[in-house]
Design a protein around this ligand. Sequence first.
Ligand code: DX5
Ligand code: ZN
Length: 217
Amino acid sequence: MAVQINPSILSADFARLADEAKAVEGADWLHVDVMDNHFVPNLTLGVPVVESLSRATDTPLDCHLMIEAPDRWAPQYVEAGAGSVTFHVEAAAAPVRLAREIRAKGARASMALKPATPIEPYEDLLPELDMLLIMTVEPGFGGQAFLDIMLPKIRRTRQLIDKHGLELWLQVDGGVSASTIERCADAGADVFVAGSAVYGASDPAEAVRALRTQAEA
Ligand code: DX5
Ligand code: ZN
């Protein structure tokens, strides 16, 4: 699978979201962090903003739901225009049913694991998913330091995906930058979320290109 770079608009200027989305055209997906101040101790945006953003950019939206009750909310993000919807397994009541519902509505279904959540109990669920997200920070905030201790989990997940001959993408999110992306790629990740490393750069589009080159190396 080709490398994909997904800038996270959490590190963008929220008063200029349409322009900030345009600033990273050339990226594969725009990563949209939805936080509800319950699942994580931070609050960002919801369905109406995703609806507007999907009209404002041609880049497909990769919505990462850090919210309670994703079973109730995730389908609404597909209707709002998201091309991929990620729910946290720690919050989902019925992850298989939810993944099937997201797919049936026409989006890619993705499941996220917080750092302390192991992959092994979910091996049998992998065929139900289009992407698995391994968090490399505790979710809630941009700009945190990459957790090196997640590299073995990325490696084990890649082995499981390959063992079952699955096509699903393996995404990493949190602290991904020029100094950590190569380690993630080497461990088997192929989709890279980067917030501060892209929007903190003087030229965000160039930062995306540089990250891609590094991940492909
Ligand atoms: C954190 C979010 C991330 C965040 C990453 O909970 O899920 O997507 O934007 O930001 P950086 O790349 O700065 O760690
Ligand atoms: Zn995220």
